[in-house]
Design a protein around this ligand. Structure first.
Ligand SMILES: [Zn+2]
Length: 500
């Protein structure tokens, strides 16, 4: 009989009323060491050399797991060399490289259920099966090895995966839109094959996936984007769910017209932008229903991914990555499904909680909302509203004029970790992504985009995460950006906390 997982143990302990003396009981059970993962891209391991790179990781930040991109279609690309950290090896300019986006080998047979192409390695390092090599090296070192992937969009797949356009969402204007349609059987077959074949082909500790997306309603309100997905599969699905397709189209069209008019300098409606946004939603509740179905399809992908990973390798863990907009400012995404709804299909949730880089990202989001639904608020009022809604202390957090240069106070990491821990109630672990030296890659960013982590704030962020009940941390976002000084600070902090 297999031994119970920590989650099963907690559940059965709660059911028998044995949870109260858990602190005494824990002495009788082996201590579960927290997951200390670090996100690495394939080129780092090969540029620095597998053994050398992992020596540096293990001797500094004390990670016990590496999270390596299986497919880097969607990833940090095209960064200037000064955004790379000095790890003692020559830095190559990735803007001039044609790195492969596939770091393992797939079986073509696994993809026979879709007309989309098999993910194939191409370009630099295409001749290396990095996953096979990393499995061996990690085994020797006692390091856990997780695959990591972000769902790709049309932009990254074009020219790399044949027929990718067949699986994409369709906009209200009838044009192909950027993100995949998760109701399209071509897409579901391709994604499922990718997950299953990855997990069947390599003895991995787990699979972490995420989709860095906004739903159709958020996309309209923030960016004035053309609403999606109005393909035949989505229309059939929403119809089945009792949504009037024609009215959803009409409502989205009204909203899109309202926002794009403002973006092109048109006058605000005399009775207010916010009021008119609400009016469209009241007259066309089908817009909300459409948005909810978009999320439901995303979560169905999550359920299938969980089932496929477990079928391929029952002991492997499934991690769910939620990006910065998902965790922090897309209020609609946060409202659609709670973390408790996601928890049954994840062994751990990894929310991106990068305290430093959130501040400039937030500044950008406030400007976008000002152009649209929050036109009546000043940027400072909008920032105050955000702090109040999320429960942050405005005295600790940056003021509006500091957002470009200061990071968020690390209380942000603690508050958001605690919120998720409280919501999931032990149904899965929470492993926040701690941002380390994450650059600002937007055009014209101060200091050429470099944002070296303040070491005291980095320490505090890690302490906040564990104090809030984190089951570990994911050192993020990319190893190639992390300075040795920061990696050492992480290792020291973990040692002080008794986590390593
Ligand atoms: Zn669709």
């Amino acid at each position: 009989m297999r031994s119970p997982s920590r989650r099963e143990f907690l559940q059965s302990a709660a059911a028998t009323g044995a949870l109260a003396p858990l602190s005494r009981m824990s002495a009788q059970f082996p201590k579960v060491s927290p997951l200390i993962g670090i996100q690495i891209a394939g080129h780092s391991l090969l540029d620095e050399g597998l053994e050398r790179c992992l020596d540096l990781v293990q001797s500094t930040c004390r990670a016990n797991a590496i999270f390596l991109y299986s497919h880097s279609y969607y990833a940090a690309h095209g960064r200037a060399p000064q955004l790379y950290a000095d790890h003692g090896v020559p830095i190559k300019d990735e803007r001039r490289r044609d790195l492969t986006r596939v770091w393992l080998r797939h079986s073509a047979e696994a993809f026979k259920g879709t007309s989309l192409g098999v993910p194939e390695p191409t370009g630099e390092y295409a001749d290396r099966d990095l996953f096979a090599g990393t499995v061996e090296v990690c085994k020797k070192r006692g390091l856990k090895f997780y695959a990591r992937i972000l769902e790709p969009s049309l932009k990254e797949l074009t020219g790399r995966v044949a027929n990718a356009e067949r699986a994409m969402s369709i906009g209200l204007d009838g044009q192909i839109s950027g993100q995949p349609c998760r109701n399209n059987p071509e897409w579901t077959a391709w994604w499922d094959a990718l997950v299953s074949d990855t997990m069947r082909s390599y003895p991995l500790a787990g699979f972490q996936w995420g989709a860095e997306r906004m739903g159709p309603l958020s996309s309209v309100l923030w960016k004035g984007a053309v609403p999606f997905c109005f393909c035949s599969h989505c229309e059939a699905r929403t119809k089945r769910e009792g949504v009037n397709v024609a009215r959803a189209r009409q409502g989205f069209n009204e909203l899109h017209t309202l926002i794009t008019k403002l973006h092109s300098g048109g006058a605000a409606p005399v009775d207010g932008v916010f009021t008119n946004v609400l009016r469209v939603l009241m007259r066309f509740p089908e817009v909300l229903a459409w948005d909810y179905q978009w999320r439901a399809a995303l979560e169905e992908q999550g359920k299938r991914t969980h089932a496929l990973v477990k079928a391929a390798r029952p002991a492997a863990q499934v991690g769910r990555h939620f990006d910065h907009q998902n965790t922090s400012w897309d209020a609609l995404f946060l409202a659609q499904w709670s973390y408790a709804d996601v928890a049954p299909f994840a062994d751990f949730i990894k929310p991106i909680l990068y305290h430093d880089i959130l501040a400039p990202r937030l500044a950008h989001q406030l400007h976008e909302l000002k152009r649209g639904p929050l036109a009546e608020l000043s940027l400072a009022q909008s920032l105050d509203l955000f702090y109040a809604l999320r429960g942050y202390d405005p005295k600790l957090q940056p003021r509006l004029d500091e957002l470009a240069t200061r990071g968020m106070d690390p209380e942000y990491v603690g508050i958001e970790t605690r919120r998720i821990v409280d919501v999931v109630q032990g149904k899965c672990a929470v492993v926040p992504g701690i941002g380390v030296d994450v650059p600002n890659t937007s055009v014209g960013a101060p200091n050429g985009g470099k944002r070296p982590s303040d070491q005291a704030a980095l320490r505090a962020a890690i302490r906040q995460a564990f104090a809030a009940g984190a089951g570990g941390i994911l050192i993020s976002r990319e190893y190639d950006e992390m300075r040795v000084e920061s990696l050492k600070t992480i290792g020291e902090t973990l040692r002080e906390l008794g986590k390593v």
